[in-house]
Design a binder for this molecule. Sequence first.
Ligand SMILES: NC(=O)CCC(=O)C(=O)O
Length: 258
Amino acid sequence: MKIALYQMHVIPGKPEENMRKISQWFDQLSEEIDIAVLPEMWNTSYRLSDLNQLADEEGNVIIPFLKKKAKALNKHIIAGSIAYKKGDEIYNRALVINKEGNCINTYDKAHLVPMLNEHHFLTSGEKKSTVYQLDEIEMGTIICYDLRFPELSRSLALEDAKVIFVPAQWPKSRIDHWKALLRARAIENQVYMIACNSVGYCDESEFGGNSLVYGPDGSLIDNLYYDEGTLIVDLDFDAQEQIREAIPIFNSLRTDLY
Ligand SMILES: NC(=O)CCC(=O)C(=O)O
């Protein structure tokens, strides 16, 4: 299964320009890519105080665009997350569109970031992220700051997720935490952690790139470091099965104790 991640410089406060960038990025992907992955809040970036005007009203613009693209390109899209408006509420919403052009999973970021004052502008999700299937493989999505809460990734692994996607706009100043947390979540859950960050600035915040993939044994499969661009990785689910057989952590769980 081949996966392409877009380490994107999201243009703050410019949803149409970001849609154009993404459309061009999709169009240059080769046929062999099965899944295309986008970062967090790729329509608006962190222009939080303008989200009332900028967020996509019930996904009315972005969701039809993604469905059409997925079908035309015959690719699944882990559409990162978007600023999504419903009534008076704005959510940081992750979307999964399959290659048949159906939106098969959504998740609203549950842990809002105090350091970015997200809670002043966004409503947190009230449902946990759930597992979905692409090409018969179980997968899940968490969003950026969610990575700091191991319970959420664990809950996906207990639902049999083999892959966890992490769309993000993670700052450069804490990129050491990003790498350490991703690797820990990969090892402790024996999953592929597929982490798609952005680069560039939104006002004074600089995003740290390092879109990367850790394998189920914590090995670094590849990293894009600091430039805008595409990371392509190939996942091996037989190798994952062997890692799970060699160290059978799920059989050793003591759910009677914790
Ligand atoms: N966009 C985010 O969720 C940023 C998270 C962050 O800055 C951190 O966890 O540190």
